[in-house]
Design a protein around this ligand. Structure first.
Ligand SMILES: C[S@@+](CC[C@H](N)C(=O)[O-])C[C@H]1O[C@@H](n2cnc3c(N)ncnc32)[C@H](O)[C@@H]1O
Length: 579
């Protein structure tokens, strides 16, 4: 039944990549040469909307030795707790909030930062230091006895955590926040908790109705749902424990432990938690290291990880192992040191970290197309799920569409989803040819590549129709942000990142956006929107409008590429028929 066509596409595997932060989902993407990106932007006119060219950081002022120390109580605490003298200084870094800058010229290969284990807030420590520790210990013991009765290795293994890492960390953070608010400074982590942002401004800080309205039609809605769903899950896990703690009188009266405290803690974890691949992927909060800001350019070499061989000794003592950042480049005095939070789109950064680089300057900007076996309407659904599983593929996948080309494996996956073989068992042969043979066979006389291309085109059409706003309105809204941000820049220096809570309803003078006309304000100077900016609802709306514009451009470009490829397929078929 199947005829092997020419090798049109390479066989593809869907892979994931490690990240410092926990909310990365696996996907593949083709690498993009910067010159092509710039050309695509120009063709699409996107460079006019977000043309700062600066996902990159603003230059930092040179270090002034007489400048007063920022967060002095926190820094004094770090020194007392064993942070040795380091070649970085804490500074205000414009829209990025606080950041770490080189205190002197630093050569490539230097250790920039070394945080000892004692300063890492791990889930184990959070469990031990929580006021609910007695309950958590009981849970750990119960879990340990269950696992030792079911496993042969049993003894000697460390006690299992009583809850997930994030639940334990969030529980302690929320408790410490309540204590601090009531003037109770009994924890050793107080100076750290005192400098955490009041509002991380992740999507958890957005009013739910606004999130629904802003993200309608965008694949970012799924990410927002997943973040708030996870936060709700943690709350469900913790609520009965907290209730038990109250019954057992373990929780002081001034520790409210409300859902908002837990949501705040979850937002802090989303935007600051660090995963350490070299320490079994453990997730930690690291005072000092969590003051490093993100820059996509740091992806290549600035790696923050656990180094078991590093020697730290604030007072000369030898202690093995530390969280270490080594430089892969030289730094001038006063230059900010960045890490990468992972290959994330502007929308992912906005929802999880509360800042938004201009989408056109972000090489990771994409439209995440979700594809899934249609278990309701496809009579071959079970066979397809099984055939995909044989090739290690799930029944549902997200593919990152980009301006520069189709993600690998997308067309093969689509061909299997949309195929309707007359003989059901041929589903397995088709999957083998697509995923192992790297070919698009003829199936019952139909070219499966053409089938996949048509399927992609119709999905792009549906995705474009799903946006409630027009592209012109979104362009005007996004351009409005430039004016707002420019106005705010003129009003003087930025306040400290955590100085005071920011009202979500603070009035801001957004220029009116009317119909198809673009805002008269220039967007040329639009920088990355920082957390303080996106805490303002109207700026947030403009940031999302800019992302929607880019997503639509990606969908339209994909459609154009698909029609061109469909033309090639038809011409090739006609040539074959003539022969
Ligand atoms: C791990 S913390 C870094 C320290 C942070 N700037 C502070 O003052 O606490 C992550 C937060 O820093 C800010 N941030 C990091 N990189 C940024 C960037 N490139 N542009 C704007 N804000 C950034 C965001 O507020 C983000 O949630």
């Amino acid at each position: 039944m199947t005829h092997i066509n020419s090798q049109r596409l390479r066989k593809t595997l869907v892979t994931g990549g490690p990240s410092l932060h926990p909310n990365t989902r696996p996907f593949t993407a083709s690498p993009l040469p910067p010159s092509r990106t710039a050309r695509c932007n120009a063709l699409l006119g996107l460079d006019r909307i977000f043309k700062s060219g600066s996902q990159s950081p603003s230059p930092q002022p040179a270090t002034n030795a007489n400048e007063p120390e920022l967060e002095p109580d926190f820094q004094a605490w770090l020194r007392r707790e064993g942070l040795s003298t380091q070649p970085l200084l804490l500074r205000q870094c414009g829209r990025e909030g606080r950041g770490l800058v080189a205190s002197r010229p630093l050569p490539r290969g230097d250790v920039l930062l070394r945080v000892p284990d004692s300063l890492l807030l791990t889930a184990e420590r959070a469990a031990e230091e929580s006021c609910l520790a007695p309950l958590l210990r009981t849970r750990s013991t119960a879990a340990a006895s269950t696992s030792s009765s079911t496993s042969s290795t049993g003894s000697g293994a460390p006690s299992p955590l009583p809850l997930s890492e994030w639940s334990l960390l969030a529980l302690l953070l929320a408790e410490l926040r309540c204590r601090l608010a009531a003037g109770d400074r009994s924890s050793r982590w107080d100076p750290y908790v005192a400098v955490l942002p009041q509002r991380p401004c992740t999507v958890l800080d957005w009013p739910a109705k606004e999130a629904k309205q802003l993200l309608c039609g965008s694949p970012l809605m799924r990410l927002a749902d997943s973040i708030s769903g996870t936060a709700a899950y943690f709350w469900q896990e913790l609520e009965p424990l907290i209730a038990q703690g109250r019954t057992d009188r373990l929780i002081p009266n001034h520790v409210a432990f409300g859902k908002s405290d837990l949501d705040w803690a979850f937002g802090v974890l989303l935007s600051r938690c660090i995963r350490l691949p070299s320490r079994g992927d453990v997730q930690v909060l690291s005072p000092w290291a969590d003051l490093l800001n993100h820059d996509v350019k740091a992806e290549a070499g600035c790696h923050l990880d656990w180094d078991p061989t590093a020697e730290v000794g604030a007072k000369g003592e030898a202690v093995s192992g530390a969280l270490v950042l080594r430089s892969d480049r030289q730094y001038a005095a006063g230059q900010q040191v960045y890490v990468s939070y992972g290959p994330k789109s502007s929308g992912e950064l906005l929802l999880s970290y509360g800042f938004c680089p201009p989408p056109a300057a972000n090489p990771h900007q994409d439209y995440k197309l979700r594809l899934a076996v249609d278990c309701q309407a496809d009579p071959l659904a079970d066979l397809k799920v099984a055939a995909l599983a044989r090739h290690g593929l799930p029944a549902e996948l997200e593919f990152p569409l980009k301006l520069e080309g189709l993600p690998e494996g997308l067309l093969q996956y689509l061909a299997l989803l949309d195929a309707r073989p007359k003989v059901a068992q041929e589903t397995y042969d088709l999957a083998s040819l697509l995923f192992e043979g790297g070919t698009f066979p003829l199936l019952d006389g139909e070219d499966t590549l053409a089938l996949a291309l048509r399927g992609l085109s119709s999905r792009c059409t549906a995705a474009l129709k799903a946006y409630p706003t027009s592209v012109e309105v979104d362009q005007a809204l996004a351009a409005g942000a430039a004016a707002v941000v420019a106005n705010r820049q003129q009003r003087g220096p930025r306040r400290a990142a955590v100085a005071s809570p920011i009202s979500p309803t603070r009035p801001i003078d957004v220029p009116p956006t009317s119909g198809a006309s673009l805002s008269p304000f220039s967007t040329d100077s639009l920088p990355t929107l920082g957390t303080e900016d996106v805490c303002v609802s109207s700026v947030r709306a403009a940031a999302v409008a800019g992302i929607r514009v880019r997503e639509r451009q990606i969908l339209q470009r994909t459609q154009a590429a698909v029609s061109a490829q469909l033309g090639d397929v038809k011409r090739a078929a006609a040539r074959t028929r003539r022969r």
